[in-house]
Design a protein around this ligand. Structure first.
Ligand code: ASC
Length: 152
C-alpha cells in the first residue's frame, strides 16, 4: 500500500463512526422520518385487515408485514448525537438524556415487528391481530415518552 493511500484509508476509517451514514443532522432527520412514514404506511395496511376495515388477505398481509419488519430496523441509527436539530422534527430531549431507555424501546419495537412478520407469514388471522396490537402499543409507548411537539 502506498503511504498516501494508507493515510487516506486510515483517515476514512477514523471518520466512519461519527459520520456512520449521514453527512448532516438534516440528512439523519429526513432519513428516520422517511423510514417511520413508510413503515406506518405498510403497518396500517396490515392493521386495517386486523381491524376488519379491509378484508384479510394472507399474501398482502405477509408482504406488508415483511416490509414493516425490515423498515423497523432502519430509524434507530439516525438518532445519533446532535440530530435533535437540523430540520423540523418532534424528537424530545429524553431520546439523548435517557438513551438506554430509548434504545430498549427501539429494540422492543423491532422485536414486535419481527413477531408481526412471523405471524403474517404463518397466515393465522388471530395471531396477526395479536401481533398488530402489541406492535401498535409499542409504537404508542415510544411516542408517549419520546415524541413531543414540533421543533425547528
Ligand atoms: C400506526 C402508526 C403509528 C402506530 C400507533 C399505534 O399505524 O402510524 O404510529 O400505528 O398509532 O398506537
Amino acid at each position: 500500500m502506498k503511504p498516501r493511500f494508507a493515510i487516506a484509508v486510515l483517515l476514512g476509517s477514523l471518520c466512519l463512526p461519527a459520520l456512520a451514514q449521514f453527512q448532516t443532522p438534516e440528512a439523519a432527520i429526513k432519513y428516520r422520518q422517511g423510514a417511520f412514514s413508510v413503515m406506518a404506511a405498510h403497518f396500517s395496511r396490515v392493521a386495517m385487515m386486523a381491524q376488519g376495515i379491509q378484508p384479510f388477505d394472507a399474501k398482502t398481509a405477509a408482504e406488508n408485514a415483511e416490509l414493516v419488519g425490515n423498515l423497523s430496523r432502519l430509524p434507530f441509527t439516525a438518532f445519533g448525537p446532535g440530530t435533535d436539530k437540523g430540520a423540523p422534527n418532534r424528537s424530545k430531549d429524553e431520546i439523548w438524556k435517557e438513551s438506554a431507555k430509548f434504545k430498549a424501546a427501539s429494540d422492543k419495537m423491532v422485536a414486535e415487528a419481527a413477531k408481526l412478520e412471523a405471524a403474517a407469514r404463518g397466515g393465522d388471522f388471530e395471531a396477526l391481530k395479536t401481533a398488530v396490537g402489541t406492535l401498535g402499543r409499542s409504537c404508542k409507548s415510544c411516542h408517549d415518552d419520546f415524541r413531543g411537539s414540533k421543533r425547528e
